[in-house]
Ligand binder design. Sequence first.
Ligand code: ADP
Ligand code: MG
Length: 404
Amino acid sequence: MAVRSLDDLLAEGVSGRGVLVRSDLNVPLDDDDGTITDPGRIIASVPTLKALSDAGAKVVVTAHLGRPKDGPDPKYSLAPVAKALGDQLGRHVQLAGDVVGTDALARSEGLTDGDVLLLENIRFDKRETSKDDAERVALAKQLVELVGDDGAFVSDGFGVVHRKQASVYDVATLLPHYAGTLVGAEIKVLEQLTSSTDRPYAVVLGGSKVSDKLAVIESLAEKADSLVIGGGMCFTFLASQGVSVGSSLLEEGMIDTCRKLLETYGDVIHVPVDIVVADEFKADSPSEVVAADRIPEGKMGLDIGPESVKRFTALLSNARTVFWNGPMGVFEFPAFAAGTKGVAEAIIAATGKGAFSVVGGGDSAAAVRQLGLAEDGFSHISTGGGASLEYLEGKTLPGIEVLD
Ligand code: ADP
Ligand code: MG
Protein backbone atom coordinates (compact mmCIF):
# COMPACT_ATOMS: atom_id res chain seq x y z
CA MET A 1 0.00 0.00 0.00
CA ALA A 2 1.28 3.42 -0.87
CA VAL A 3 0.15 5.70 1.91
CA ARG A 4 1.79 9.06 2.39
CA SER A 5 3.04 9.62 5.92
CA LEU A 6 3.24 12.54 8.30
CA ASP A 7 6.93 12.82 7.41
CA ASP A 8 5.95 13.30 3.76
CA LEU A 9 3.64 16.14 4.78
CA LEU A 10 6.30 17.74 6.98
CA ALA A 11 8.75 17.52 4.08
CA GLU A 12 6.26 19.35 1.85
CA GLY A 13 6.14 22.09 4.47
CA VAL A 14 3.22 22.91 6.75
CA SER A 15 4.23 26.26 8.24
CA GLY A 16 1.21 28.55 8.12
CA ARG A 17 -1.00 25.84 6.56
CA GLY A 18 -4.21 24.57 8.07
CA VAL A 19 -4.01 20.86 8.90
CA LEU A 20 -7.07 18.88 9.95
CA VAL A 21 -6.22 15.90 12.17
CA ARG A 22 -8.64 13.09 13.08
CA SER A 23 -7.45 11.80 16.44
CA ASP A 24 -8.89 9.14 18.71
CA LEU A 25 -9.44 10.92 22.02
CA ASN A 26 -12.28 8.66 23.15
CA VAL A 27 -11.07 8.16 26.72
CA PRO A 28 -13.03 6.52 29.54
CA LEU A 29 -14.57 8.98 32.04
CA ASP A 30 -15.43 8.40 35.69
CA ASP A 31 -19.22 7.89 36.02
CA ASP A 32 -19.43 10.09 39.12
CA ASP A 33 -17.20 13.11 38.54
CA GLY A 34 -16.46 12.90 34.79
CA THR A 35 -12.69 12.84 35.23
CA ILE A 36 -10.52 10.93 32.73
CA THR A 37 -9.74 7.48 34.16
CA ASP A 38 -7.26 6.34 31.50
CA PRO A 39 -5.49 8.99 29.36
CA GLY A 40 -3.81 6.37 27.13
CA ARG A 41 -5.42 7.54 23.89
CA ILE A 42 -4.63 11.21 24.57
CA ILE A 43 -0.99 10.35 25.18
CA ALA A 44 -0.89 8.24 22.01
CA SER A 45 -2.23 11.19 19.98
CA VAL A 46 0.45 13.64 21.07
CA PRO A 47 3.38 12.79 18.72
CA THR A 48 1.47 13.68 15.53
CA LEU A 49 -0.07 16.84 16.98
CA LYS A 50 3.22 18.00 18.47
CA ALA A 51 5.14 17.45 15.23
CA LEU A 52 2.58 19.53 13.29
CA SER A 53 2.42 22.30 15.87
CA ASP A 54 6.23 22.46 16.16
CA ALA A 55 6.43 22.75 12.37
CA GLY A 56 4.14 25.80 12.49
CA ALA A 57 0.91 24.29 11.17
CA LYS A 58 -2.46 25.69 12.21
CA VAL A 59 -3.74 22.46 13.70
CA VAL A 60 -7.47 21.70 13.79
CA VAL A 61 -8.23 18.48 15.67
CA THR A 62 -11.48 16.56 15.37
CA ALA A 63 -12.44 13.63 17.60
CA HIS A 64 -15.40 11.97 19.29
CA LEU A 65 -16.20 11.07 22.88
CA GLY A 66 -18.72 8.39 23.78
CA ARG A 67 -21.97 7.93 21.94
CA PRO A 68 -24.09 11.07 22.26
CA LYS A 69 -27.55 10.17 20.96
CA ASP A 70 -29.32 13.44 20.23
CA GLY A 71 -26.87 16.16 19.29
CA PRO A 72 -24.85 18.29 21.71
CA ASP A 73 -24.83 16.96 25.29
CA PRO A 74 -22.57 18.54 27.94
CA LYS A 75 -21.95 15.08 29.38
CA TYR A 76 -19.96 14.21 26.24
CA SER A 77 -18.16 17.55 25.84
CA LEU A 78 -14.48 17.31 24.92
CA ALA A 79 -13.69 20.06 27.50
CA PRO A 80 -11.79 17.76 29.94
CA VAL A 81 -9.96 16.24 26.96
CA ALA A 82 -8.87 19.68 25.66
CA LYS A 83 -7.41 20.44 29.08
CA ALA A 84 -5.60 17.07 29.36
CA LEU A 85 -4.33 17.29 25.78
CA GLY A 86 -2.96 20.78 26.47
CA ASP A 87 -1.10 19.45 29.52
CA GLN A 88 0.41 16.61 27.48
CA LEU A 89 1.35 18.86 24.55
CA GLY A 90 2.77 21.55 26.76
CA ARG A 91 0.77 24.24 25.01
CA HIS A 92 -2.74 25.64 25.22
CA VAL A 93 -5.42 23.76 23.29
CA GLN A 94 -8.48 25.86 22.45
CA LEU A 95 -11.85 24.12 22.44
CA ALA A 96 -14.45 25.31 19.94
CA GLY A 97 -17.95 25.60 21.34
CA ASP A 98 -19.35 23.71 18.36
CA VAL A 99 -18.30 21.22 15.69
CA VAL A 100 -18.32 23.21 12.44
CA GLY A 101 -20.49 26.18 13.52
CA THR A 102 -19.77 29.87 13.88
CA ASP A 103 -17.43 29.45 16.84
CA ALA A 104 -15.34 26.77 15.13
CA LEU A 105 -15.13 28.91 12.00
CA ALA A 106 -14.17 32.09 13.88
CA ARG A 107 -11.55 30.28 15.94
CA SER A 108 -10.03 28.52 12.93
CA GLU A 109 -9.73 31.87 11.15
CA GLY A 110 -7.97 33.31 14.19
CA LEU A 111 -5.30 30.58 14.42
CA THR A 112 -1.67 31.57 14.20
CA ASP A 113 1.23 29.24 13.28
CA GLY A 114 1.58 26.38 15.76
CA ASP A 115 -1.83 26.90 17.39
CA VAL A 116 -3.98 23.88 18.20
CA LEU A 117 -7.79 24.03 18.06
CA LEU A 118 -9.94 21.09 19.15
CA LEU A 119 -13.44 20.99 17.68
CA GLU A 120 -16.33 19.90 19.92
CA ASN A 121 -17.32 16.21 19.85
CA ILE A 122 -17.78 15.38 16.15
CA ARG A 123 -20.67 13.05 17.02
CA PHE A 124 -22.68 16.06 18.23
CA ASP A 125 -23.28 16.39 14.47
CA LYS A 126 -25.36 13.43 13.40
CA ARG A 127 -24.08 13.62 9.83
CA GLU A 128 -20.78 12.18 11.09
CA THR A 129 -22.19 8.66 11.32
CA SER A 130 -24.90 8.96 8.68
CA LYS A 131 -25.42 6.11 6.21
CA ASP A 132 -26.28 8.75 3.60
CA ASP A 133 -23.13 9.62 1.64
CA ALA A 134 -24.39 13.12 0.78
CA GLU A 135 -24.98 13.99 4.45
CA ARG A 136 -21.50 12.85 5.44
CA VAL A 137 -19.87 14.69 2.54
CA ALA A 138 -21.71 17.89 3.52
CA LEU A 139 -20.19 17.71 7.00
CA ALA A 140 -16.78 16.81 5.57
CA LYS A 141 -16.93 19.92 3.34
CA GLN A 142 -17.52 22.09 6.39
CA LEU A 143 -14.52 20.48 8.12
CA VAL A 144 -12.42 21.20 5.03
CA GLU A 145 -13.50 24.86 5.15
CA LEU A 146 -11.85 25.17 8.59
CA VAL A 147 -8.38 24.46 7.14
CA GLY A 148 -8.69 26.51 3.96
CA ASP A 149 -7.68 25.97 0.35
CA ASP A 150 -4.15 24.70 0.91
CA GLY A 151 -5.16 22.51 3.84
CA ALA A 152 -4.25 18.88 4.45
CA PHE A 153 -5.78 15.95 6.32
CA VAL A 154 -3.90 13.67 8.70
CA SER A 155 -5.66 10.47 9.76
CA ASP A 156 -4.40 9.46 13.19
CA GLY A 157 -7.42 7.97 14.95
CA PHE A 158 -6.63 4.30 14.57
CA GLY A 159 -9.56 3.31 16.79
CA VAL A 160 -12.01 4.61 14.17
CA VAL A 161 -10.40 3.68 10.84
CA HIS A 162 -12.82 0.76 10.42
CA ARG A 163 -15.69 3.29 10.30
CA LYS A 164 -16.89 4.97 7.13
CA GLN A 165 -17.57 8.30 8.82
CA ALA A 166 -17.31 11.92 7.68
CA SER A 167 -14.23 12.81 9.75
CA VAL A 168 -12.51 9.50 9.04
CA TYR A 169 -13.34 8.68 5.43
CA ASP A 170 -15.06 11.51 3.55
CA VAL A 171 -12.61 14.29 4.47
CA ALA A 172 -9.80 12.17 3.04
CA THR A 173 -11.56 12.21 -0.33
CA LEU A 174 -11.58 16.04 -0.28
CA LEU A 175 -8.07 16.94 0.96
CA PRO A 176 -4.49 15.76 0.38
CA HIS A 177 -4.27 12.99 2.98
CA TYR A 178 -1.58 11.41 5.14
CA ALA A 179 -1.34 8.71 7.82
CA GLY A 180 -0.34 10.09 11.22
CA THR A 181 2.39 8.40 13.27
CA LEU A 182 -0.10 6.33 15.28
CA VAL A 183 -2.01 5.02 12.27
CA GLY A 184 1.29 4.41 10.46
CA ALA A 185 2.67 2.38 13.38
CA GLU A 186 -0.53 0.34 13.75
CA ILE A 187 -0.63 -0.55 10.06
CA LYS A 188 2.99 -1.66 10.17
CA VAL A 189 2.32 -3.95 13.14
CA LEU A 190 -0.80 -5.47 11.57
CA GLU A 191 1.03 -6.07 8.31
CA GLN A 192 3.71 -7.89 10.27
CA LEU A 193 1.04 -10.08 11.93
CA THR A 194 -0.56 -11.00 8.63
CA SER A 195 2.26 -11.25 6.11
CA SER A 196 5.73 -11.86 7.50
CA THR A 197 4.74 -13.83 10.60
CA ASP A 198 7.60 -15.57 12.41
CA ARG A 199 6.59 -19.03 13.70
CA PRO A 200 5.44 -20.52 15.98
CA TYR A 201 2.54 -18.05 15.98
CA ALA A 202 0.45 -18.21 19.18
CA VAL A 203 -2.87 -16.45 19.61
CA VAL A 204 -4.57 -15.82 22.96
CA LEU A 205 -8.27 -14.99 22.83
CA GLY A 206 -10.59 -14.17 25.70
CA GLY A 207 -13.11 -11.55 26.68
CA SER A 208 -16.78 -11.96 27.10
CA LYS A 209 -18.45 -13.28 23.96
CA VAL A 210 -17.74 -15.76 21.18
CA SER A 211 -20.20 -13.95 18.94
CA ASP A 212 -18.14 -10.71 19.11
CA LYS A 213 -15.02 -12.49 17.96
CA LEU A 214 -16.16 -15.40 15.80
CA ALA A 215 -14.78 -13.99 12.58
CA VAL A 216 -11.37 -13.39 14.12
CA ILE A 217 -11.32 -16.83 15.78
CA GLU A 218 -12.01 -18.44 12.39
CA SER A 219 -9.41 -16.43 10.56
CA LEU A 220 -6.68 -16.81 13.23
CA ALA A 221 -7.29 -20.54 13.81
CA GLU A 222 -6.44 -20.93 10.13
CA LYS A 223 -3.17 -19.00 10.44
CA ALA A 224 -1.87 -19.68 13.95
CA ASP A 225 0.07 -22.68 15.26
CA SER A 226 -1.80 -22.51 18.56
CA LEU A 227 -4.85 -20.59 19.70
CA VAL A 228 -5.69 -20.63 23.40
CA ILE A 229 -9.13 -19.64 24.59
CA GLY A 230 -10.11 -18.24 27.98
CA GLY A 231 -12.49 -15.59 29.30
CA GLY A 232 -16.25 -15.80 29.15
CA MET A 233 -16.11 -17.26 25.65
CA CYS A 234 -14.42 -20.49 26.77
CA PHE A 235 -17.65 -21.78 28.32
CA THR A 236 -19.43 -22.01 24.99
CA PHE A 237 -16.46 -24.05 23.70
CA LEU A 238 -16.58 -26.27 26.81
CA ALA A 239 -20.34 -26.69 26.43
CA SER A 240 -19.83 -27.76 22.82
CA GLN A 241 -17.75 -30.68 24.17
CA GLY A 242 -20.72 -31.75 26.26
CA VAL A 243 -19.41 -30.29 29.51
CA SER A 244 -21.92 -28.65 31.86
CA VAL A 245 -20.84 -25.09 32.65
CA GLY A 246 -23.14 -24.20 35.56
CA SER A 247 -24.26 -20.59 35.45
CA SER A 248 -21.18 -19.40 33.51
CA LEU A 249 -21.54 -17.09 30.53
CA LEU A 250 -22.95 -19.23 27.71
CA GLU A 251 -24.10 -18.42 24.20
CA GLU A 252 -26.45 -21.30 23.35
CA GLY A 253 -26.72 -20.17 19.75
CA MET A 254 -22.97 -20.47 19.24
CA ILE A 255 -22.52 -24.03 20.59
CA ASP A 256 -22.70 -25.68 17.15
CA THR A 257 -20.27 -23.18 15.69
CA CYS A 258 -17.79 -23.82 18.52
CA ARG A 259 -18.12 -27.59 18.05
CA LYS A 260 -17.30 -27.23 14.36
CA LEU A 261 -14.32 -25.00 15.14
CA LEU A 262 -12.98 -27.62 17.58
CA GLU A 263 -13.52 -30.36 14.99
CA THR A 264 -11.73 -28.44 12.25
CA TYR A 265 -8.91 -26.94 14.32
CA GLY A 266 -8.61 -29.52 17.13
CA ASP A 267 -4.81 -29.42 17.00
CA VAL A 268 -4.67 -25.65 17.13
CA ILE A 269 -7.39 -24.60 19.60
CA HIS A 270 -6.80 -25.16 23.32
CA VAL A 271 -9.47 -24.65 25.99
CA PRO A 272 -8.87 -24.40 29.75
CA VAL A 273 -8.56 -27.58 31.82
CA ASP A 274 -9.51 -25.92 35.10
CA ILE A 275 -11.69 -22.99 36.09
CA VAL A 276 -12.06 -20.66 39.06
CA VAL A 277 -15.76 -20.76 39.92
CA ALA A 278 -17.76 -18.43 42.16
CA ASP A 279 -21.26 -18.35 43.63
CA GLU A 280 -22.12 -15.09 41.93
CA PHE A 281 -20.70 -12.26 39.79
CA LYS A 282 -19.18 -10.31 42.68
CA ALA A 283 -15.69 -9.19 43.70
CA ASP A 284 -15.89 -10.91 47.10
CA SER A 285 -17.85 -14.01 46.12
CA PRO A 286 -16.43 -17.23 47.64
CA SER A 287 -14.51 -19.13 44.97
CA GLU A 288 -12.73 -22.44 44.28
CA VAL A 289 -10.76 -24.10 41.50
CA VAL A 290 -12.44 -27.05 39.75
CA ALA A 291 -11.64 -29.20 36.72
CA ALA A 292 -13.18 -27.72 33.57
CA ASP A 293 -15.48 -30.74 33.20
CA ARG A 294 -16.58 -30.62 36.86
CA ILE A 295 -18.18 -27.19 37.11
CA PRO A 296 -20.84 -27.56 39.83
CA GLU A 297 -24.47 -26.76 39.08
CA GLY A 298 -25.22 -23.11 39.90
CA LYS A 299 -21.56 -22.02 39.99
CA MET A 300 -20.13 -19.47 37.62
CA GLY A 301 -16.68 -19.57 36.01
CA LEU A 302 -14.95 -16.22 36.39
CA ASP A 303 -11.35 -17.09 35.55
CA ILE A 304 -9.19 -19.85 34.10
CA GLY A 305 -7.43 -21.98 36.74
CA PRO A 306 -3.71 -22.36 37.57
CA GLU A 307 -3.23 -25.59 35.58
CA SER A 308 -4.63 -23.86 32.47
CA VAL A 309 -2.24 -20.96 33.01
CA LYS A 310 0.62 -23.48 33.21
CA ARG A 311 -0.40 -25.16 29.94
CA PHE A 312 -0.99 -21.88 28.13
CA THR A 313 2.39 -20.64 29.40
CA ALA A 314 4.08 -23.74 27.97
CA LEU A 315 2.43 -23.13 24.59
CA LEU A 316 3.56 -19.51 24.63
CA SER A 317 7.11 -20.17 25.80
CA ASN A 318 8.62 -20.87 22.37
CA ALA A 319 6.33 -18.57 20.34
CA ARG A 320 8.00 -16.13 17.93
CA THR A 321 4.81 -14.17 17.29
CA VAL A 322 1.95 -13.60 19.77
CA PHE A 323 -1.38 -11.83 19.36
CA TRP A 324 -3.49 -11.38 22.48
CA ASN A 325 -7.06 -10.10 22.56
CA GLY A 326 -9.41 -10.39 25.51
CA PRO A 327 -8.83 -11.01 29.23
CA MET A 328 -8.80 -14.61 30.54
CA GLY A 329 -11.21 -13.78 33.38
CA VAL A 330 -13.02 -10.99 35.18
CA PHE A 331 -9.70 -9.22 35.88
CA GLU A 332 -11.57 -6.18 37.24
CA PHE A 333 -12.08 -8.28 40.43
CA PRO A 334 -8.65 -9.04 41.99
CA ALA A 335 -9.81 -12.54 43.03
CA PHE A 336 -10.35 -13.42 39.34
CA ALA A 337 -7.35 -11.67 37.77
CA ALA A 338 -4.71 -14.41 38.14
CA GLY A 339 -5.46 -16.07 34.80
CA THR A 340 -5.11 -12.83 32.85
CA LYS A 341 -2.02 -11.87 34.80
CA GLY A 342 -0.40 -15.30 34.35
CA VAL A 343 -0.97 -15.40 30.61
CA ALA A 344 0.16 -11.78 30.21
CA GLU A 345 3.36 -12.62 32.09
CA ALA A 346 3.94 -15.58 29.77
CA ILE A 347 3.61 -13.25 26.77
CA ILE A 348 6.02 -10.78 28.38
CA ALA A 349 8.50 -13.64 28.95
CA ALA A 350 8.20 -14.73 25.29
CA THR A 351 8.75 -11.11 24.24
CA GLY A 352 11.86 -11.00 26.42
CA LYS A 353 13.17 -13.97 24.42
CA GLY A 354 12.66 -12.10 21.16
CA ALA A 355 9.03 -12.83 20.22
CA PHE A 356 6.99 -10.12 18.48
CA SER A 357 3.90 -9.57 20.66
CA VAL A 358 0.80 -7.49 20.06
CA VAL A 359 -2.01 -6.70 22.49
CA GLY A 360 -5.29 -5.64 20.89
CA GLY A 361 -8.55 -4.76 22.63
CA GLY A 362 -9.51 -1.97 24.98
CA ASP A 363 -10.10 -4.18 28.00
CA SER A 364 -6.93 -6.18 27.41
CA ALA A 365 -4.86 -2.99 27.28
CA ALA A 366 -6.64 -1.73 30.41
CA ALA A 367 -5.84 -5.06 32.12
CA VAL A 368 -2.13 -4.63 31.38
CA ARG A 369 -2.14 -1.25 33.09
CA GLN A 370 -4.49 -2.19 35.93
CA LEU A 371 -2.53 -5.34 36.84
CA GLY A 372 0.66 -3.29 37.06
CA LEU A 373 2.34 -5.08 34.14
CA ALA A 374 5.05 -3.27 32.19
CA GLU A 375 3.58 -1.85 28.99
CA ASP A 376 6.98 -2.05 27.35
CA GLY A 377 7.01 -5.78 28.06
CA PHE A 378 4.98 -6.16 24.86
CA SER A 379 6.16 -5.21 21.38
CA HIS A 380 3.00 -3.22 20.69
CA ILE A 381 -0.24 -2.36 22.50
CA SER A 382 -2.85 -1.40 19.95
CA THR A 383 -5.11 1.57 20.60
CA GLY A 384 -7.90 0.25 18.39
CA GLY A 385 -9.57 -2.99 19.42
CA GLY A 386 -12.30 -3.20 16.80
CA ALA A 387 -10.10 -1.85 14.02
CA SER A 388 -7.27 -4.32 14.64
CA LEU A 389 -9.70 -7.26 14.86
CA GLU A 390 -11.35 -6.29 11.57
CA TYR A 391 -7.95 -6.01 9.91
CA LEU A 392 -6.94 -9.47 11.18
CA GLU A 393 -10.24 -10.88 9.92
CA GLY A 394 -9.09 -9.77 6.49
CA LYS A 395 -11.65 -6.98 6.09
CA THR A 396 -10.64 -3.75 4.39
CA LEU A 397 -10.76 -0.74 6.67
CA PRO A 398 -12.40 2.23 4.88
CA GLY A 399 -10.31 4.81 6.77
CA ILE A 400 -7.09 3.09 5.66
CA GLU A 401 -8.12 2.24 2.13
CA VAL A 402 -9.03 5.87 1.45
CA LEU A 403 -5.45 6.93 2.32
CA ASP A 404 -3.97 4.74 -0.41
P1 ADP B 1 -11.35 -6.55 24.74
O1 ADP B 1 -11.90 -5.18 25.02
O2 ADP B 1 -9.94 -6.69 25.23
O3 ADP B 1 -11.52 -6.95 23.31
P2 ADP B 1 -13.79 -7.84 25.60
O4 ADP B 1 -14.48 -6.53 25.52
O5 ADP B 1 -14.15 -8.89 24.61
O6 ADP B 1 -12.19 -7.62 25.60
O7 ADP B 1 -14.08 -8.53 27.01
C1 ADP B 1 -13.65 -7.95 28.22
C2 ADP B 1 -14.56 -8.33 29.35
O8 ADP B 1 -14.74 -9.73 29.44
C3 ADP B 1 -13.99 -7.90 30.68
O9 ADP B 1 -14.77 -6.83 31.19
C4 ADP B 1 -14.07 -9.14 31.55
O10 ADP B 1 -14.57 -8.89 32.85
C5 ADP B 1 -15.03 -10.02 30.78
N1 ADP B 1 -14.84 -11.44 31.11
C6 ADP B 1 -13.70 -12.16 31.05
N2 ADP B 1 -13.89 -13.40 31.51
C7 ADP B 1 -15.18 -13.49 31.88
C8 ADP B 1 -15.98 -14.53 32.46
N3 ADP B 1 -15.47 -15.73 32.75
N4 ADP B 1 -17.28 -14.27 32.70
C9 ADP B 1 -17.78 -13.04 32.42
N5 ADP B 1 -17.09 -12.03 31.88
C10 ADP B 1 -15.80 -12.24 31.62
MG1 MG C 1 -13.95 -4.53 25.30
